[in-house]
Design a protein around this ligand. Structure first.
Ligand code: SAJ
Length: 417
């Protein structure tokens, strides 16, 4: 049974997490004020359109804006609850950069009132929610915060990480279990009531530090496991073993489940979050740090493989299949495939034909350096075929075409028993 009511919620940050969350809340009848410093994003949303790509989001945004339940603005206004979903990149030396959270604190401080709940959703190092509460207490000396008054504080704060998979955000927002970490018990209970407006999964209550660490742990778990697979691919190359066959066989063990090697780990989370743990506990986080290094090194290994293959030809044609950071999406940011292609182009190894079915033209970084092509044409002309992303479109590639070419298959896409 819910105790706390939230009629208006302000979402600070309308990016890949903030906008879908704001939209789903609004679709449940909550009045949502979306806040973003990006005027273009605000204008786009207020027209009922989207500035990011996520399946089915456009239709839902259109609907909630038309109904008047979602309004975007560049500055916050009063609300019952504030959810902060701003970026937390890292700075030099892999140190977390909390400046966007600090800016959000500055922006909401003037409009806070007694009884408010503030939820931090941005992936953050352990202690960030307490830090946020500290900043707010400096700006608003007239209000009390959990570090001063516990459950009786005027303002309550909680940390509730998102864990949705890009490409499945609208479904996972509703279905996934949610970790709700309060700075106080009351904060956790309030936040759980808010999430229960749209979450069908379970809300699991804990404290804010455990919740912060849980988010980092989930992505580090995946990073460490991918690193194990990537390390196996290097060892197998050295020992003349087919890593895909090796993993398939080992995975027949009832308690072994090895992930897939690839050209490296991309995206905005898995390659970043583990560093927040390393930064907080550098001496202790040894496997986590090494996993990051192993995964970051994988693109160099692929580049060396291609360079060695290219040495065997005079002016080879190299077909590169895929640029995005993982299969069946159009997101080229933080993509190892992009880095590999850009590096190979710089080395001038031969003619490079690049295929990415999810975009219409080459990204600026590659413009003029490689040729944009389609899979069939590129493979037809190629001496070397480099498979970087396992897009489903590449399933149509005719295997016999590959037999006369050097194939470097970073995802085991063309391999089968
Ligand atoms: N990858 C491999 N081998 C694998 C699996 C993935 O090389 O076996 C690579 C992918 O190609 C990609 C990268 O890892 O380059 C990351 O892809 P992903 O699909 O594992 O994850 P993301 O970054 O799209 O989303 C992750 C998810 N976290 C976990 O699965 C623990 C998602 O649930 C989080 O919400 C998201 O990070 C986030 O925002 O933190």
């Amino acid at each position: 049974m819910t105790m706390y009511k939230f009629n208006t919620v302000a979402m600070i940050g309308l990016g890949y997490i903030g906008l879908p969350t704001a939209t789903v809340l609004a679709s449940r009848g909550v009045k949502v004020i979306g806040v973003d410093v990006n005027q273009h994003a605000v204008d786009t949303i207020n027209r009922g359109q989207v500035h990011i790509v996520e399946p089915d989001l456009d239709g839902l945004v259109h609907h909630v804006v038309k109904e008047g339940n979602l309004v975007a603005r560049t500055t916050p206004q009063e609300a019952d609850a504030f959810i902060i979903a701003v970026p937390t990149p890292f700075m030099d030396g892999h140190k977390p950069d909390l400046s966007y959270i600090e800016a959000a604190a500055r922006a909401i401080a003037p409009v806070l009132r007694q009884g408010n709940l503030i939820i931090l959703e941005s992936t953050s190092p352990v202690g960030a929610t307490e830090q946020l509460a500290g900043w707010l207490a400096e700006y608003r000396t007239d209000l009390s915060f959990p570090q001063q008054a516990g459950d009786a504080a005027d303002i309550q704060l909680a940390y509730c990480p998102e864990r949705v998979l890009p490409g499945h955000v609208l479904r996972e927002l509703v279905e996934n279990d949610r970790i709700v970490g309060g700075m106080t018990t009351k904060a956790a209970e309030m936040a759980a009531d808010l999430y229960q407006i749209f979450v069908r999964g379970e809300c699991l209550l804990t404290d804010s530090r455990t919740a912060e660490m849980a988010k980092l742990t989930e992505n580090s778990f995946r990073d460490v496991n991918i690193a194990f697979a990537n390390e196996l691919s290097l060892i197998s190359d050295k020992l003349g073993i087919n890593v895909w066959e090796l993993i398939e066989l080992a995975n027949r063990h009832p308690r072994v489940n090895i992930l897939k090697p690839g050209p490296g780990v991309g995206g905005h989370c898995i390659a970043v979050d583990p560093w927040f743990i390393v930064d907080s506990a550098p001496k202790e986080a040894r496997i986590i740090r090494t996993a990051r290094e192993v995964n970051d090194n994988k693109p160099h290994h692929v580049i060396e493989q291609v360079a060695r293959a290219a040495d065997r030809f005079k002016n080879p044609v190299i077909a590169c299949l895929g640029l995005s950071f993982k299969a069946d999406i159009d997101d080229l940011r933080e993509s190892p495939a992009m880095d590999i292609v850009a590096d190979l182009a710089e080395r001038d190894l031969g003619r490079m034909l690049v295929v990415e079915p999810h975009i219409d033209k080459l990204p600026n970084k590659l413009e003029g350096k490689v040729e944009f092509s389609n899979a069939e044409e590129a493979i037809e002309q190629a001496d070397i075929v480099l498979l970087l992303v396992d897009h489903k479109q590449f399933k149509r590639v005719r295997r016999e075409k590959l037999q006369t070419r050097v194939v470097i298959d970073t995802r085991g896409f063309f391999w089968s028993r």
